[in-house]
Design a protein around this ligand. Structure first.
Ligand SMILES: *Cc1c(COP(=O)(O)O)cnc(C)c1O
Length: 368
């Protein structure tokens, strides 16, 4: 056995390192031409008029909500099965969060959306979890009919699409460039939109609310990305298709290797949606020979990393228990998923041997 197979691995090529040194030498260390180039690449990938780069995916969510006028007294409907940033962003705006349970695709169940809408609903915030787009074909008509803003949390789904429509172009969308994401700048985030107004507002909020030097239109903050960060992401964005193709090919290899194991559900891609496999996530059901957490333990002993994303519904923590902005209801499907999910390594730098080791370790642990 050689080395540990990690759940994620950062890959920065030599050309990027050279470009980074070039930025350092240029002396242009703050927001400049590299940030603008990164934004242009997002405009192409998401097929939108505008992209606005910021310091993190969380900042992107907060600014996207604020730029769409979400504030105190408003309700935002989201999914209970997501990273905490989604909920924190809603609360940071002073809005209230409501939760629509998930379907078999781990994403917001569109059939339950309409019943959750109230006269205070200002936005719906679906998350494209693991790189699989939410059921936008079903969600969008409901939102449109009720005149409600759609804000996509596309943090995990850069390059994914529904039919021929890329994620990021359904309303306002937020991407993350955190170290483990499909494309990374270390820390970073991007807002995409076709709305001139939303883009203008996000740019103002990013930069102290300033229109011209010392001319302030709104109360802002400093959410600017630096050229040092942006330059790290540019070549990855230029090569996004091959990065995501490699993830899809690895997912295919895992699915072929793991097919037919009792108590193990493999990820499925609903017709018409393109999955970019930020995570390859299986379900370990009651029929499995060993419980999920034991499987994870055995994989670790066999030198294979794995991860539970996420171990509880997002609001099921003491900090949110009596929070006035958190309106929690029963979410049986999210609860079951949080007990059953396990993500296996699927990143593009995996070798054929490493993929074989992942498959063999799972089969070994499950006696399959
Ligand atoms: C990573 C992530 C975020 C937050 O992004 P950061 O860049 O870490 O702030 C938000 N939502 C989801 C679903 C994420 O996976």
């Amino acid at each position: 056995m050689t080395g540990f197979v990690p759940i994620s691995r950062v890959e920065i090529d030599d050309a990027t390192i050279e470009a980074l040194v070039g930025v350092v030498r240029s002396g242009m260390l703050a927001q400049g031409p590299q940030v603008r180039r990164l934004e242009e690449l997002f405009e192409t990938i998401a097929d939108t008029e505008h992209a606005v780069a910021v310091t993190s995916g969380t900042a992107a969510l907060v600014l996207a909500l604020q730029a769409n006028g979400v504030g105190p007294g408003d309700e935002v409907i989201t999914t209970p099965f997501t990273f905490v940033a989604t909920l924190n962003a809603i609360l940071a705006c002073g809005a209230k969060a409501l939760f629509v349970d998930i379907g078999d695709d781990f994403n917001m169940n569109a059939k339950l959306l309409e019943a959750a809408i109230t006269e205070r609903t200002r936005a719906i915030l679906p998350v494209h979890l693991y790189g699989l787009p939410a059921d936008m074909d079903e969600l969008m008509p409901v939102a449109r009919l009720q005149g409600i803003t759609v804000i996509e949390d596309a943090a995990q789904a850069i390059g994914a699409s529904v039919g021929s429509t890329p994620v990021g172009s359904f309303g306002t969308a937020c991407f993350s460039l955190y170290a483990t994401k499909n494309v990374t700048t270390g820390e970073g985030g991007v807002i995409t939109t076709n709305s001139d107004e939303v883009a203008r507002s996000a740019r103002l909020l990013r930069n102290q609310g300033m229109v011209n030097r010392y001319e302030y239109e709104v109360v802002g903050f400093n959410h600017r990305m630096t050229d040092l960060q942006a330059v790290l992401g540019i070549r990855q964005l230029e090569n996004l298709t091959s990065i995501n193709d490699a993830r899809r090919a690895n997912a295919q290899t895992l699915t072929e290797g793991l097919d037919g194991i009792e108590g193990l559900w493999l990820p499925e891609v609903p017709l018409g949606r393109t999955h970019v496999f930020h995570q390859y996530t299986v379900r370990v059901t009651e029929d499995s020979r060993i419980p999920r957490d034991e499987l994870a333990e055995e994989l670790r002993s066999a030198g294979v990393g794995s991860g539970v994303y996420y171990p509880r519904p997002v609001f099921d923590y003491d900090v949110f228990r009596d929070h006035p902005g958190v309106i929690a209801g029963p979410v049986p499907n999210a609860r079951q998923a949080s007990d059953q999910v396990l993500s296996l390594p699927v990143h593009p730098s995996l070798t054929a041997t490493e993929l074989e080791r992942v498959v063999a370790a799972v089969r070994g642990a499950m006696h399959a």
